[in-house]
Write a protein that binds this ligand. Structure first.
Ligand code: SAH
Ligand code: SF4
Ligand code: F3S
Length: 485
């Protein structure tokens, strides 16, 4: 949806009548209504109203926040980085306990700011809001919050803003699940040249430690037609790289009326003229097909990077995690991928300290790390999530042993990552230029197909273009380079 089309639609809406029942028309109606409310408020104040969206968690949440910003800018709010804005929104994550602590901490600080700015509105949304005990706590102890909504009804943001702007009480709207996907709503991209694109929502895997299936609901795939149309519009608007988003992209399309595989979808997207790079996230090892490996091998656009979460290298722990692959299957898969796409860079997620994990189990994880040699790995200490099967397993572990394992793992992962990252030193590679370096304005920062960062002398006019860069020197996880040609 581009701005012109949206303006045309909004121009034809009459807000003196009843709100339409069908989506997305209903949201267009509320968008227009919100515009008048925001205009009245800012005229009374004699200045524009400002907003600040704070995003926690994964790429899904980052993309959701772009949708929130799209609505806010459309109805007349102006973005401001600081948290003393007139409308502060926290898009929350609950995958680990410390993510929740951070939100409560920040809310405390916000309360002080709100006392100074009586116009200030505070909204909370995202995964944490899908947990009943969180909403209960907010109702009881954080009554200064204006609006709370969840992950399933984020498309209703315009309507919810109108409710919040016209009510003195906390507005709460949380759905347990949904089978609905609402298309054609605005989103404001953070980068002009690249964008995330949701291809599916939810997760059906129920890994025993993970809260995501409970807060994001059951798996739903968007139709290939809608996805391709969105990417075509993005490309027409200057986007050259897309990141296809889903908790498990390898199970894409299973529940569509006309089923389609993820590999099939990738082939359709590859055909889009003007699109130069395709990334995706995340791939569950259990569903990674030979068809996908073949498509990656033959593709000119799919990037040479695969994020393949391991979680644990112990087959015994993997079984308890309900991951549905074992150590040998994972290693065989890696071998198959490397044989087909030798220059691929592999990254992963690993959990340390899952209930019942012994030193022997941990050594199995280290063994996989040594064998696979990841370019980088996100390592996490197991966090108990209420409501998940692992939370009630009897052999919970914690303390020094776990901390010690975590440190040992991190050290190995970093040493190997450095060695792996430097393997292209001295070669010329294609780089998508992303931004001017924050610390040194004479340098530009870009990304290789395999996701490694490169800094090189250049100017801001290069942002968004694909250029050839000689990789002069590897410094840990990034390169210093020189533009060629
Ligand atoms: N869908 C993705 C992961 C999404 S969550 C996948 O299956 O790969 C991102 C990562 O957070 C997971 O890969 C896992 O390593 C980590 N994680 C999830 N739940 C966790 C928990 N309870 N404690 C610690 N880490 C967890
Ligand atoms: Fe969580 Fe597993 Fe689903 Fe990933 S695949 S979101 S780890 S349940
Ligand atoms: Fe967090 Fe929700 Fe993503 S729990 S990791 S923001 S899906």
């Amino acid at each position: 949806m581009n701005q012109e089309n949206l303006e045309e639609i909004l121009g034809n809406i009459d807000i003196s009548g009843e709100a339409p029942v069908l989506e997305p028309d209903r949201q267009y109606y509320f968008m227009k209504k919100a515009r008048t409310l925001v205009k009245e408020k800012s005229e009374a104040l004699g200045r524009p109203l400002t907003f600040c969206v704070n995003t926690f968690g994964c790429q899904m949440n980052a993309r959701d926040s772009e949708k929130l910003v799209g609505v806010l800018e459309n109805i007349g709010y102006v973005e401001k980085q600081e948290e003393d804005a007139d409308f502060v929104i926290f898009n929350t994550c609950t995958v680990r306990e410390n993510a929740n602590h951070r939100v409560y901490g920040r809310l405390g600080q916000l309360h002080a700011k709100k006392k100074k700015n009586p116009h200030m509105m505070i909204a909370l949304c995202g995964c944490m809001m899908q947990e009943a005990h969180v909403v209960e706590k907010l109702k009881n102890s954080y009554s200064f919050v204006n609006l709370i909504f969840g992950t399933h009804n984020i498309y209703k943001f315009s309507e919810l803003i109108v409710s919040a702007l016209t009510s003195d009480r906390m507005v709460i709207d949380i759905w347990n699940d949904t089978d609905k996907i609402v298309e054609d709503l605005p989103a404001e991209r953070k980068y002009s040249f690249k964008s995330g694109v949701n291809i599916m929502f939810g997760c059906n895997n129920f890994c025993s430690y993970c809260i995501v299936p409970y807060v994001r609901g059951r798996e739903r795939s968007r139709s290939p037609k809608d996805i391709v149309r969105e990417i075509e519009q993005l490309v027409a608007d200057g986007v050259v790289e897309v990141m296809l988003l889903g908790q498990n992209v390898n199970s894409y399309g299973k529940n569509l009326e006309e089923p389609m595989t993820f590999a099939g979808l990738l082939q359709e997207i590859e055909k889009i003229e003007g699109l130069r790079r395709i990334r995706f996230m995340t791939s569950h090892p259990k569903d990674l097909s030979d068809e996908l490996i073949e498509v990656m091998k033959n593709s000119k656009k799919i990037c040479r990077h695969l994020h393949l979460p391991l979680q644990s290298g112990s087959s015994r722990i993997l079984k308890r995690m309900n991951r549905r692959y074992d150590k040998e299957q994972y290693l065989a898969l890696v071998e198959k991928i490397r044989a087909a796409v030798p220059d691929i860079s592999l990254t992963t997620d690993i959990i340390v300290g899952f209930p019942g994990e012994t030193e022997e189990d941990f050594l199995e994880t280290l063994d996989v790390v040594e064998k696979v040699r990841y370019d980088s790995a996100f390592t996490f200490i197991y966090s108990k999530r209420t409501g998940t099967p692992a939370a009630v397993m009897e052999d919970q572990i914690s303390g020094e042993d776990v901390k010690d394992r975590f440190d040992r793992l991190l050290k190995r992962v970093q040493v190997i990552g450095r060695e792996m990252s430097s393997r292209d030193t001295g070669t010329i590679q294609e780089v998508l230029v992303e931004e001017q370096n924050e610390h040194d304005k004479s340098l530009m920062t870009g990304r290789l197909s395999n996701n490694t960062l490169v800094h090189f002398p250049g100017d801001a006019s290069l942002v968004g273009s694909l250029i050839q860069v000689h990789l002069d020197e590897c410094r840990g996880f990034y390169y210093m380079g020189t533009k060629v040609g």
